[in-house]
Design a protein around this ligand. Structure first.
Ligand SMILES: *Cc1c(COP(=O)(O)O)cnc(C)c1O
Length: 425
């Protein structure tokens, strides 16, 4: 399988090169040259088995193909159960059983398994840069921590992540270092992009990135939707809490290669770029507005190019997907009401999907729906606990990370400081 750029200017490359590069050299995103058809995997296989079967055509002909079963065993080391809610016809697809309690653990671990093998093969140390507003950096840090041949620099905006997120980001040590930047998330991203584009620095310190546009994060996210759809008894209608569209595009790719997935709705927060596009207006990216579902605070969804590429035109894209906006007041109301009425406790991101499901029920839709639960509510305790009037038990993996000492190095948002820090590491 070869991978082409969504803008079609950069030449096609193999999978290893696409994963190592992150972004295509023309500034666009890599997508498979054509979508393969995948025979339905066995319904009783493990998540890692399903992933190996599903991803085999995407790895065909690549240097990593023989390693695929081992890569999947590394990445899918914890379950993604589809659990019935105490609400008729609703299931949660729980994607939060990894070390940092959010779905990004799967993609980060898969990418780490791929990049560490590529680094070992080339016998060169690779430095992974990641700018984060919270969840991504923790998942990437946890995934690469202790792996040979790779090290990670996490950049996050000082005082603009939650206390638990800051603790996670600084808790790794060893080959993972955290920098708290005096500035915004955009400043962090600017430092990362500047370093990656600096040819002289690349020659001294080979670097790659781990942001959400990497194919090494997107491809594995197909696996849990595929696995869950084999347990649903009709096409699995799915609601996905959405920010950069990484998880939702993976769900649509799984449907495209032949898995029994039905309608897919993107549940967004007050950032309404996608809902407005799907309502028929032209695509209009803008600055993000802050919400209590902060991992979805995205005004310019980076995977939109992949979505449009999949369907070919704006109109076809609108025919194949739907998006709805849920504001903070509705998120709070949904969390509060379900905790009181049926004991279901969800994180603010998952609450957007639950709200969209309720709207469908009110509109007379009686079909079963599966809602992606993207993070554990304990990760957002400062939002959730006051609403439910109680504490959320912390999962064991998250608790052990929070019990480690944490420290991050302060740095001004200055590209020259950052590059000398990288050279001195
Ligand atoms: C990243 C994230 C999202 C958004 O996922 P995308 O792939 O960016 O659309 C939703 N919920 C949580 C908890 C997240 O961390």
């Amino acid at each position: 399988m070869r991978y082409v750029s969504t803008r079609g200017i950069a030449p096609p490359v193999g999978l290893s090169d696409a994963i190592a590069a992150g972004l295509a050299p023309d500034g666009a995103l890599y997508v498979p040259e054509r979508m393969p058809h995948v025979d339905t995997p066995a319904a009783d296989g493990s998540l890692a088995d399903t992933a190996t079967h599903l991803l085999a055509p995407f790895f065909e002909g690549d240097a990593l193909a023989d390693d695929l079963p081992a890569i999947c065993a590394d990445a899918f080391a914890f379950p993604a159960p589809r659990v019935a809610l105490p609400i008729e016809g609703a299931h949660l697809l729980e994607l939060f059983h990894g070390p940092t309690a959010a779905f990004k653990d799967f993609g980060a671990r898969f990418l780490a398994a791929c990049l560490s093998r590529l680094a070992r093969r080339d016998d060169r140390h690779l430095t992974i840069l990641v700018a984060t507003s919270g969840d991504t950096g923790a998942a990437v840090g946890a995934a690469f921590h202790g792996l040979p041949g790779v090290r990670v620099a996490i950049l996050y905006p000082d005082r603009r992540v939650s206390p638990r997120q800051a603790h996670q980001l600084g808790s790794f040590g060893g080959n993972v270092r955290a920098l708290r930047i005096e500035g915004s998330f955009d400043d962090c991203q600017r430092l990362v992009k500047g370093a990656l584009a600096d040819v002289a620095l690349q020659a001294d310190v080979p670097m790659s990135s781990a942001n959400s546009i990497s194919l090494g994060r997107l491809l594995p996210q197909m696996a849990y939707f595929a696995h869950a759809s084999l347990q649903a008894d009709e096409p699995m209608h799915t609601i996905v809490p959405t920010g950069n569209l990484g998880n939702a595009v993976a769900c649509l790719w799984a449907r495209t290669v032949g898995l029994p997935i039905g309608e897919v709705i993107f549940a967004c927060n007050a950032n309404a770029t996608l809902p407005e596009f799907f309502a028929g207006r032209p695509y209009h990216a803008r600055d993000a507005v802050p919400t209590i579902a902060n991992a979805m605070d995205v005004g310019a969804p980076s995977n939109f190019e992949r979505l449009r590429h999949l369907f070919g035109s704006d109109d076809e894209t609108r025919r194949n997907g739907q998006a709805e906006s849920v504001d903070d007041a509705e998120i709070r109301d949904t969390i509060r009401r379900h905790a009181a009425s049926d004991g279901t406790i969800v994180c603010p991101h998952t609450a957007t999907a639950l709200r969209v499901f309720e709207r469908r029920r009110l509109a007379g839709d009686r079909r079963p729906w599966t809602l992606a639960a993207t993070a554990h509510p304990a990760k957002f305790d400062t939002v959730v606990e006051p609403l439910i009037g109680g504490t959320v038990p912390v999962p064991e993996a998250l608790a052990s990370m929070l019990s480690r000492p944490a420290s991050a190095e302060p740095m001004a948002a200055d590209g020259r400081l950052f590059s000398s820090w990288l050279r001195a590491w």
